[in-house]
Write a protein that binds this ligand. Structure first.
Ligand code: PHE
Length: 450
């Protein structure tokens, strides 16, 4: 590929990849899953999933991308020409496209809530339930916010890898980490801090069932951005001296750290307000929290204002860096194989994704009665992506690296041509050949039959 750009620095590599991983999944989905699945016991199982399933799959994606230096679909074609393995690349890019089309819907809500919080809306007593349901079911308001969010993502992607993705990640990720720090400190000062922390730190293993384990695997895949061609595409911009295993550990550590810290922000706040339920489901961020902002700071409304605005800035930054990677996974393919300039490719992806996004957004309002298999368009996309293609993709990536690729090639990539040692190589190989595919398959079959 002529003049293919690369990330300019190691920090850029880590921050961009961590930007992909840290997203709505950490700040919104993780605390919800923890709330629904019994607190600390879930966190413990989640950590095991990250180390034994997430990291090996991430390393495998990195090595496929870095070795081939091309988009995900061409990567599989290059490594195994003319075989059916290439459909894994196709599935990855396709699923990134689907996820982006509903990710922008929730990101659009986040943008709206940020604006509401800046107008001081959460400092007054409001009916937050109808505020949320009126907004999401409105025929065009949420679409406008999704389109704005899409435009922001588009503008970064159209600028390219180094001056778009890398530059923005280097600004946004430190900001995001800083905001989390401030919010954690604020949250620890709240009256419900002790209860919240107890909930997060005291495990109740009686709550652990196979479906909790499944939720943990699913959450790990979603949160680490696996099996969607995103990290594979980013890795195709890594330089020859980037250490893949180390980078995978750093990215997973940052991602997990942010998820747990988001729990430290949310649960003390939620427990400070006694009549709010912990496992409030997806409404947690858009209904429960606004209530908490208002009630917990009722005597110092300015603090409520500050806390809510910072929280939604955090959510927006997290969503944006993840949307960038989903967009890039598709744009890289369109740009490189359809011979369109990067700007045109990005525009094509943005417009077609936005078109699907309109359907996803309408499925909360005027189209909520149109269902396929009982699922609205939004739910269907989420189901196909996170319950079917993601786990299958995880299995296929592992089998591909474990069995199809030449062992020497794998070892060379993981040691940068033998310039450093990778002591756990045999363990890694065992995990990708046997343990991870079997574990995912078991969980997957259990879910299908259940
Ligand atoms: N990892 C992102 C999150 O936690 C979501 C995402 C999934 C991004 C898949 C890219 C690919 O929200």
């Amino acid at each position: 590929m002529e003049n293919r750009s690369n990330f300019g620095s190691k920090l850029g590599v880590i921050l961009a990849s961590a930007g992909s991983a840290v997203g709505l999944g950490n700040v919104w989905r993780f605390p919800t899953e923890v709330g629904n699945n019994g607190g600390a016991a879930f966190i413990f199982i989640y950590l095991l999933c990250v180390v034994f399933v997430g990291v090996p799959v991430m390393v495998s994606e990195f090595l496929i991308g870095r070795h081939t230096h091309t988009n995900t679909i061409s990567a599989y074609q290059k490594l195994a020409p003319g075989t059916w393995w290439r459909y894994e690349g196709v599935a990855g890019v396709f699923i990134a496209f689907l996820i982006l089309s509903y990710y922008i819907v929730i990101s659009g809500w986040t943008l709206y809530y940020l604006i509401l919080s800046l107008t001081g809306y959460f400092s007054q007593n409001q009916d937050y339930v109808s505020c949320f349901s009126d907004f999401v079911s409105h025929p065009f308001q949420p679409i406008i916010y999704s389109a704005l969010f899409m435009l922001m993502t588009h503008l970064v992607i159209a600028r390219g890898v180094e001056s778009g993705i890398e530059r923005f990640s280097k600004v946004m990720m430190p900001m995001l980490l800083f905001i989390i720090g401030i919010l954690v400190v604020c949250s620890f000062g709240m009256p419900g801090a002790r209860q919240g922390l107890t909930f997060l730190l005291r495990p109740d293993f009686s709550k652990v069932t196979p479906s909790v384990v499944l939720s943990a695997v699913g959450q790990a895949f979603f949160s680490l951005s696996l099996a969607m061609g995103c990290l594979c595409t980013y890795a195709s911009y890594f330089g020859p001296d980037t250490r893949l295993v180390k980078t995978a550990f750093s990215v997973s550590t940052i991602d997990t750290f942010v998820a747990v810290l988001a729990g430290f922000i949310i649960f003390p706040a939620v427990f400070s307000v006694s009549d709010v339920e912990v496992n409030a489901g997806p409404g947690l961020v858009f209904i429960t929290l606004p209530n908490v902002f208002h009630m917990a700071f009722s005597h110092v409304p300015i603090l409520g204002y500050f806390f809510s605005a910072l929280f939604y800035v955090l959510l927006l930054l997290a969503a944006l860096t993840s949307a960038m990677s989903l967009h890039e996974s598709v744009t890289a393919y369109v740009h490189e194989t359809m011979h369109l300039s990067r700007r045109r490719a990005a525009a094509l992806v943005s417009i077609s994704c936005m078109t699907l996004g309109i359907g996803c957004s309408l499925s909360f309002g005027p189209w909520s009665n149109y269902t396929i298999f009982g699922l609205t368009m939004f739910d269907l996309f989420d189901f196909v992506a996170s319950k079917i293609i993601m786990p299958l993709g995880g299995i296929i990536i592992c089998l591909f690296v474990g069995w199809k690729l030449d062992r020497k090639l794998v070892e060379d990539e993981l040691t940068n041509g033998g310039t450093h040692r990778f002591r756990l190589f045999r363990i890694y190989l065992f995990l990708v050949r046997w343990a991870v595919p079997l574990a995912i398959a078991l969980v997957f079959v259990h879910e299908l039959l259940g």
